[in-house]
Design a protein. Structure first.
Length: 221
């Protein structure tokens, strides 16, 4: 049985839970991070010296970094379900997951922190505006790819869709200007139709502000 350490309202934890649900792998989860704390305890730091969630344990493997965990699970369980077996599709899954992590993730996080997850007086308005533009720029790149491909790896759903799906769910809940991205929205409809996504990601409501965020964190423990 796999153990996951991490609160359910963390987008990085959600990616791991989504992968586990897609793979139908049994797991247990411990609430760590945010208002639950525990991530600076010595036993947690022994698993992840960065003090961040998610962390997983699978037998003799203990690891951190959400995208690496998703790829590990995809390689370890149910061959071909999340990890493309064909080399060109695998290359695209790897490419888009990396691209999402480097470009989309920091911008969505900056936008989220400065528009939702902080008190209004603590918000950096300029950083939020810059992040809003950066996300829009990136999503147009993704939209152009998805105009020509059903999924990020090509024909089939894969781990290449996981980081973008979880981040897009968060992004679509933020009050901000969004570009026209019809192809990506069509892809996102297909993502939202997946039971695994509904269980791991959509089951956690999106917060409107900091108080709402804290309430949801407790309610979805
Ligand atoms: N690059 C890491 C980032 C992990 C990360 O930033 N985790 C956040 C939650 S999304 C965290 O642990 N924050 C401290 C906390 O929850 O208390 C990953 O992808 O796993």
């Amino acid at each position: 049985m796999i153990t996951v350490w991490g609160r359910r309202n963390s987008v990085n934890v959600q990616k791991v839970l989504w992968a586990l649900e897609e793979l139908d792998v049994p797991y247990t989860r411990e609430n760590v991070g945010g208002s639950f704390g525990g991530n600076q305890d010595a036993d947690f730091l022994a698993m992840n010296p960065m003090g961040l969630v998610p962390v997983i344990r699978d037998g003799d493997v203990t690891m951190f970094e959400s995208n690496a965990i998703v790829r590990y699970l995809a390689a370890r369980f149910r061959a071909g379900v999340l990890r493309p077996s064909e080399h060109k599709s695998l290359a695209m899954a790897e490419q888009w997951m990396e691209w999402t992590q480097v470009n989309v993730s920091p911008a969505v996080t900056a936008l989220f922190i400065n528009r939702v997850r902080s008190l209004p007086e603590a918000r950096d308005v300029a950083a939020a505006a810059a992040a809003e533009n950066k996300v829009a720029e990136c999503l147009l790149v993704a939209d152009a790819w998805i105009a020509r491909n059903d999924w990020f790896a090509g024909h089939d759903f894969s781990f290449g869709d996981i980081a973008m799906g979880a981040l897009l769910w968060r992004y679509m809940g933020i009050d901000c200007a969004r570009p026209q991205m019809p192809h990506l929205m069509e892809w996102f409809e297909a993502v939202q139709a997946r039971e695994a996504f509904r269980r791991a990601v959509m089951a956690v409501p999106r917060a409107k502000d900091l108080a709402d965020w804290k309430r949801i964190e407790k309610e979805t423990a």
